[in-house]
Design a protein around this ligand. Sequence first.
Ligand code: ZN
Length: 117
Amino acid sequence: MQTYSGSCHCGAVRFTFRAPIITSAMQCDCSICRRKTAYLTAFTVPQEEMEITADSGALRTYRFGSKAARHHFCGICGIHTFVEPRLTPGTWRVNLGCIEELDALRLPAEIFDGKSL
Ligand SMILES: [Zn+2]
């Protein structure tokens, strides 16, 4: 297990979680993820196992469609940091690009068929 820390671009939203060494990523082709083109964790992190710190009012949430998924982003710099997926409520998929020590874009990534949900 390794501790990963990440943040949005301006640093107003920060998070830490523990996970096995990250060697792959996931991309989702739903209408919003396609636009963000984010490399997400291939696994989900239980929400109680991720520590989130945010400056007052910085952590914003976007919901659409069934409103089941919660897409979190920084209201200052606009960077998407993590999402509570529709299929696994109570967990996060984290934007790997927010983790400084990871070369997220060079990780092998599988494309999840979010478009069909
Ligand atoms: Zn920010």
